[in-house]
Design a protein around this ligand. Structure first.
Ligand code: HEM
Length: 421
């Protein structure tokens, strides 16, 4: 096993599989100061919970610096592009602290309540079925491209009231706005920024369209909402919220689907249990995916004063990376944490959707997409297997998000599905 001195969380092999490193950190340095940086990585469940609940000291405002502006390096050519052609960035939701955060949050909470998501079940089911119809006769599929990416993007496009025909563009905009947490260089940052500016221009047009002609969709609701009953949201605030809805729900849900299928292929005993069709077990499985393979492995907070966490001193202005992906495998909370268990009693204690005031706005929606998606996939497909078992699966090299690049699969049509034709 790797020793503490050998750990490099940004190394390609660690980004590919960070779980061994997490275990070492939990045992030896649960609040780990990355050498020669002001970054602290928190891996123990209780300490992540403690930090996330203390929003005064562990602030989300400023924590997303560079996610869609100049990159983590603040490249001047990127900053200039936004000044000349784009719109300034407003800190809303994920990059705001209470009380500002509370005002924005109230406006979006209504969009995806459990009740509203329950009413969306038949609609989600229809998209799931249509996507599977699209490949079921082929006996093979590139699962990420043809299912995992398309389902969340169609759903968020519909919810925002923009045509599904633009799905490919949305995906490009969404990818461009995603924080990577690594320095990718000025040229790549500029390419990213151009796409973000394109996104801004597109949605400013949509915003202006609904100003005089309100519609029954989220953009229209936001444009006509009033912050604290006093003033409408301005363009940068609207763009910030729309961008978060677009981005936060796409890559994450996509990656949960990819990870879930791999977990099933690796655990035939658990797959067999799920095939029995028990909905409760299926819901537990959806939590287990988030626990074992958190699509958001970690996010930043910035300390507003000198503080301590678990006995470790953290100076003011430090970047504190809360590792949901590590906390979810903390053996103090989860028995045999590395094991997929579709009957796990406390699977719901996983924190892959975050905790506290920033708890994921779309968690109910994502849970429903995963539940209906996997339930339908398992009822319609049998013998799901890798197209080429000798080809290693690869994840995107990203310090914050975890997801497969591709997942080419073969399968048989389930007998039940054949009989229904
Ligand atoms: C499996 C899928 C998803 C995962 C793993 C996930 C994960 C997360 C996490 C960890 C946070 C907490 C951020 C923090 O504490 O700083 C969060 C917040 C958020 N999520 Fe999700 N999310 C998912 C799906 C969605 C969907 C479908 C949407 C929208 C339709 C969405 C919208 C948001 C928004 C807007 C926030 C910011 C909330 C705030 O700061 O108050 N997410 N998500």
């Amino acid at each position: 096993m790797t020793s503490l001195s050998e750990i490099n969380l940004m190394a390609p092999e660690t980004l590919e599989c960070p779980f061994g490193a997490y275990k070492v950190l939990q045992d030896e340095a649960p609040v780990y100061n990355v050498p020669e940086t002001n970054m602290y990585v928190v891996t123990r469940y209780d300490l992540v919970m403690e930090a996330v609940r203390n929003t005064k000291v562990f602030s989300s405002a400023m924590s997303q610096n560079g996610s869609s502006t100049g990159g983590i390096m603040g490249y001047p050519e990127v900053v200039e592009l936004f000044e000349k052609e784009g719109y300034p960035f407003a800190s809303t939701l994920i990059s705001a602290d209470p009380p500002e955060h509370t005002r924005y949050r109230q406006l979006v909470n209504r969009a995806f309540t459990a009740g509203r998501v329950r009413k969306m079940q038949a609609y989600i089911q229809q998209i799931v079925d249509e996507l599977i119809d699209g490949f079921i006769d082929d006996g093979e599929v590139e699962f990420m491209a043809d299912f995992a990416i398309m389902l969340p993007i169609y759903i968020i496009a519909d919810q925002l009231g923009v045509p599904r025909a633009n799905a490919a563009k949305f995906k490009a905009w969404s990818d461009a706005a995603i924080p990577i947490g690594l320095d990718i260089g000025a040229e790549a940052e500029l390419e990213r920024a151009k796409l973000v500016v394109e996104f801004q221009k597109y949605f400013v047009e949509r915003i202006e369209e609904v100003r005089d002609n309100p519609r029954d969709d989220i953009i229209s609701d936001l444009v006509h909402a009033e912050v604290d009953g006093e003033r409408p949201l301005d363009i940068p605030e609207l763009l910030s919220i729309i961008q978060q809805l677009l981005v936060a729900g796409n890559e994450t849900t996509t990656n949960a689907f990819g990870a879930g299928l791999v977990l099933l292929m690796e655990n035939p005993d658990q797959l067999a249990l799920l095939k029995q069709g028990d909905d409760k077990m299926m819901r537990t499985f959806c939590e287990e995916i988030l626990r074992l393979e958190a699509p958001v492995q970690g996010l930043f907070r910035v300390t507003t004063c000198d503080t301590e966490l678990g006995g470790y001193a953290i100076p003011e202005g430090s970047m504190v990376n809360l590792r949901w992906g590590a906390a979810n495998r903390d053996e103090n909370v989860f028995d045999a944490p590395e094991k997929l268990d579709v009957c796990r009693k406390n699977a719901g204690a996983q924190i892959g959707y975050g905790v506290g005031v920033h708890f994921c706005v779309g968690a109910q929606l994502a849970r429903e997409e995963l539940f209906l998606g996997f339930k339908t996939l398992l009822s319609r497909l049998d013998n799901i297997r890798l197209t080429d078992p000798s080809a290693p699966l690869e994840h995107h090299p990203n310090f914050l998000l975890r997801g497969l690049k591709t997942l080419p699969l073969k399968f048989d049509k389930a007998e039940q599905a054949q009989a229904a034709e």
